[in-house]
Design a protein around this ligand. Structure first.
Ligand code: F6P
Length: 547
């Protein structure tokens, strides 16, 4: 039996969407809303207090039907079930993909190679909770007997972005006497600026690395260990000030971290999907095990929604299909994430890795080069800052940039009328992007003729509005899982492997080859291309001039 799927762009459902696009390219949101007073209602779905209004998209009911047909044709539900049940869906690395097991709050067995992984998941969560409680109540103390007041997470990519983003998002739930710092960049400034005002005897380092071989993390961890030992002078101190989060027990031990101080996770957890694993340890220390569990419950609630909600009301599926509509038919190159919440300031950066490392691929699951666009460029900044920076282009530029506006109804800082003003902007922007301002309206308002073209807003710029009651741990879990599953469905539609990341290897290998050339005492023989050779020589000369 031949189980090679047809090329995506030859599927009848794809061709139907292409034909539909040609007919609907001239639609305007002004007309769509005028023609249907119930449009907003029809295109709004909820999951608990999380509301998605996708009515300001360039879609009709027919578009949605055709997109659903495409999703059904690629059997997204079968793919979803394969992931949740632990099938080896990350085939290029021969791994299951089970971040959903990390927050499987109903504890139903999840089998990997016939072994139920839930007892391991719960054991590590319990160990994390014991440790977090001990640090938070002061019963875990440093080498000199002082309690820990600074937590420094050393990690990069998925071992940094998740806990860093979530610590910021849940800052109102954090213990303020415990300060958390995140060091990722190998630029020494990142570590030295973080440590500048810290006292080693009050500082706990969490070295977070799935592989425990990542150059940036291991270099920063070794420098941090030297910094600690410079003051505390005794190697025994490392055991009280360093813990590790990793899958690699051997390398952790080689670094000098005691096995008891290692929090393990497993190869079926992808780095960018690892916040619910021990990678979330810094977050648990900051907010405590109870709020961490609330966040896990939020993740689980969205996992259940993704598994159980009918397709028409399935939030991750809807976001995925709308993204495909713009990416593949309108030719949109990027997608903006615009949280109207300062606490979500790192959310766009977090989603950059989640999305771009997952779906930034150009080879399909059968090893063929794709003839369609895959993952978009993800970017964004919190509102209202973005309004005073790049929104000009969103409103009047030549590029189509679909955007997600994310906001909350209730503030954490009920200071004056800040929140109402923030949210007035939130609602205003999606309306302005959708409906614009016509020449007739400008003329009626007395705008001089020569300024009419400049002051016109075409509108018809698509947005999703994602609105929740307030930003709490449960919501954060749901929000992250919403995007995880959106990314998953898009990967299924584009027929790429979303859970490997071979594209990061080549640069790492070349850096490994160039490093000794930068450090060699005598001029090394360089065998790169002419540009790279010249740049290395220039660097070496500049280094010598600085001696
Ligand atoms: O940049 C590639 C990558 O492998 C990411 O996927 C990962 O999150 C990051 O490096 C860090 O890896 P590790 O946790 O093994 O240090």
């Amino acid at each position: 039996m031949n189980d090679t799927p047809p090329l995506l762009n030859t599927r009848p459902e794809w061709l139907a969407l292409e034909a539909h696009y040609r007919q609907s390219a001239r639609l305007h949101l002004r007309d769509l809303f005028a023609a249907d007073p119930r449009r907003a209602e029809k295109f709004t779905v909820t999951a608990e207090d999380l509301l998605l209004d996708y009515s300001k998209n360039l879609v009709t009911e027919e578009t949605m039907r055709l997109l659903h047909d495409l999703a059904a044709a690629v059997e997204w539900e079968k793919a979803r079930d394969a992931m949740f049940s632990g099938k080896i869906i990350n085939r290029t690395e021969q791994r299951a993909v089970l971040h959903t097991a990390l927050r499987n709050r109903n504890n139903r067995p999840v089998l990997v190679g016939g072994h139920d992984i839930m007892p391991d998941v719960n054991r590590v969560l319990a160990k994390m909770a014991d440790f977090a409680n001990a640090v938070r109540d002061g019963s875990w103390h440093g080498y000199t007997g002082k309690p820990v007041v600074n937590i420094v997470n050393i990690g990069i990519g998925g071992s940094d972005l998740g806990p860093a983003m979530a610590c910021e998002a849940l800052r109102p739930y954090a213990r303020h006497e415990l300060k958390t710092y995140f060091v990722s960049n190998i630029h020494a400034a990142h570590l030295s600026e973080a440590l500048r005002d810290l006292r080693p005897e009050e500082t706990l380092f969490i070295v977070t690395s799935k592989t425990f071989t990542t150059q940036e993390t291991m270099t920063n961890a070794r420098t941090a260990r030297e910094w600690l030992l410079y003051t505390l002078k005794d190697r025994e101190a490392v055991a009280r000030h360093f813990v590790a989060v990793s899958t690699n027990a051997r390398e952790v031990a080689a670094f000098g971290i005691a096995p008891d101080n290692m929090f393990e996770f497993w190869d079926w957890v992808g780095g960018r999907y690892s916040l619910c694993s021990a990678v979330g340890l810094a977050l648990m220390l900051a907010i405590g095990p109870e709020y961490f569990t609330e966040m896990l419950k939020g993740f689980h609630a969205m996992d259940r929604h993704f598994q159980e909600a009918p397709a028409e009301g399935n939030l991750p599926l809807l976001l995925a299909m709308l993204g495909v509509w713009y990416n593949n038919f309108f030719g949109a190159q990027s997608h903006a994430i615009l949280p109207y919440n300062q606490y979500l300031s790192r959310f766009p950066a977090y989603l950059q890795q989640a999305d771009m490392e997952s779906n930034g691929k150009s080879i399909d699951q059968q090893g063929r080069r794709v003839a369609w666009q895959t993952g978009p460029i993800i970017w964004g900044e919190p509102g209202t800052n973005g309004q005073h920076a790049f929104y000009q282009l969103l409103h009047q530029g030549t590029k189509l940039v679909p955007a997600d506006f994310i906001g909350c109804c209730r503030p954490h800082c009920p200071t004056g009328d800040h929140h109402d003003k923030l949210m007035a902007n939130f609602f205003a922007q999606t309306a302005a992007l959708a409906f614009g301002r016509t020449q007739e309206e400008l003329r009626a308002a007395g705008t001089p003729e020569e300024l009419l073209p400049h002051k016109t807003f075409e509108g018809n710029r698509p947005t999703n509005t994602i609105l929740a009651e307030d930003l709490n741990p449960h919501l954060l879990g749901r929000l992250i899982a919403l995007y995880e599953h959106k990314i998953f469905v898009q990967g299924v539609i584009w027929n790429v492997y979303s859970f490997d990341q071979w594209g990061v290897q080549l640069g790492k290998e070349l850096a490994g080859c160039i490093l000794p050339e930068l450090q060699a005492a005598a001029d090394p023989e360089l065998r790169h291309d002419a540009s790279t050779n010249a740049l290395i020589r220039h660097y070496r000369l500049a280094q010598h001039r600085g001696l």
